[in-house]
Design a protein around this ligand. Structure first.
Ligand SMILES: Cc1cc2nc3c(=O)[nH]c(=O)nc-3n(C[C@H](O)[C@H](O)[C@H](O)COP(=O)(O)O)c2cc1C
Length: 362
């Protein structure tokens, strides 16, 4: 594996390793891809108001998520078909996050499956399920999730139906996850379960099962508040990386109202357009407890599996610590909205806009 020193180089390697179909599946979004671009523009539009003369000789990025120690406040979100980018799939991610010291959320539409992965790599980890069967089918999977030792169970609420990914459609590319989601397991496809998901599903899970429940795909304060009232244990702000409903707000712009509605009662996670350490710090300032980085995860996997993801996480940690130190901050609890303000974004609103030197051929 090349000696990566920047995330730039990791992305460049990922592009070299992937064919056009897999590359577009990874970096692309839904319809016109405006939600995808807005996620980046949103992150870019927040700038720091640094403080000075704080001792930053030690910068502490450690925290706990659902009782699990986290080396940096970052999680690796569910990525369907991740085995397309590197053959080890979710197991390769698991090895990297376990060695580094953060958590992954395993997608139900990738391999290895949720009940195989614990036999390959120890946890802790979280399981995200797309409902493709009826309630009895879901209950059975939740029981098996608990038995397999997962720390939490996640439902993705922004995907009640599969969106139109035009990059894929134009090439007649069928992502593996699309095939699995409409076929196996419960036999019902998205119509059989995911599209019927409702607040009653949440109530049912909370009543019947003793496992923390994460709702991923929250976009407004009202739904965030309702999640907390319904007993949801983690509120996850996401627009699926701009891959589902097009023309949404940037997730970082939905974050402040969600954080206000949640008011510290449960952890808040956000993802969408976060690609670098500075991005992570901005999300934390605006009220998130943890940042998800989906394409970061997929690109690192494509660049070189476990080793590349581990390297990417170490670079990310260095970036987070450097950003915090230069902003005059030495611990996560000092990251507040007063440290950022809005300005006109400068970078083009592109999925890889955080890496300007790629366009210059580096
Ligand atoms: C290739 C790919 C596959 C994904 N598969 C899933 C999935 O199976 N389940 C899910 O909840 N989210 C899935 N997502 C969304 C991610 O979990 C996450 O919300 C998104 O990537 C965050 O945006 P970012 O890529 O800008 O960080 C996927 C994203 C990508 C890029």
């Amino acid at each position: 594996m090349p000696d990566f020193l920047t995330i730039h180089e990791i992305i460049r390697q990922a592009k070299r390793n992937l064919d056009q179909g897999s590359w577009d599946y990874l970096v692309g979004g839904a319809d016109s891809e405006s939600a995808l671009r807005r996620n980046r523009a949103g992150v870019d539009s927040w700038v720091f108001k640094p403080r000075i003369l704080n001792d930053v000789s030690e910068v502490d990025t450690a925290s706990e998520f659902l009782g699990v120690p986290m080396r940096i406040p970052v999680i690796m979100p569910p990525i369907g078909s991740i085995q397309v980018f590197e053959e080890g799939g979710a197991a390769s991610v698991a090895k990297a996050v376990q060695e580094f010291g953060i958590m992954q959320i395993l997608s139900s539409v990738c391999s290895p499956a949720f009940d195989e992965l614990p036999n390959i790599v120890d946890g802790p980890r979280i399981y995200q399920l797309y409902l493709v069967g009826d309630e009895a089918w879901m209950d059975d999977i939740i029981e098996r999730t608990i038995a397999a030792g997962y720390k939490a169970f996640c439902l993705t609420a922004d995907t009640q139906t599969y969106s139109r990914r035009e990059r894929d459609i134009l090439k007649r590319y069928v992502p593996l996850s699309g095939r699995i989601a409409s076929g196996n397991d419960g036999g019902g496809g998205f119509q059989g379960g995911q599209s019927k998901m409702s607040w009653e599903t949440v109530a049912h899970i909370k009543e019947k099962f003793d496992i923390p429940l994460i709702i991923k795909g929250v976009g407004v304060a009202e739904d965030a508040a309702r999640c907390v009232e319904a007993g949801v244990d983690v509120v996850y702000v996401s627009n699926h990386g701009g891959r589902q409903l097009d023309h949404t707000r940037a997730c970082i712009d939905a974050l402040p109202e969600v954080a206000e509605a949640v008011d510290g009662r449960v952890p808040v996670v956000v993802d969408g357009g976060f690609m670098r350490g500075a991005d992570v710090v901005k999300g934390l300032c605006l009220g998130a407890d943890f940042i998800g980085m989906g394409r970061f995860e997929g690109l690192a996997m494509a660049a070189g599996g476990t080793e590349a993801l581990l390297t990417a996480l170490k670079i990310l940690e260095h970036e987070i610590k450097t950003t915090m130190a230069l902003a005059g901050i030495n611990s996560l609890d000092q990251l507040t909205p007063s440290l950022v303000t809005r300005e006109q974004p400068l970078a083009p609103p592109h999925v890889l806009g955080a890496f300007p030197f790629l366009a210059e051929g580096y």
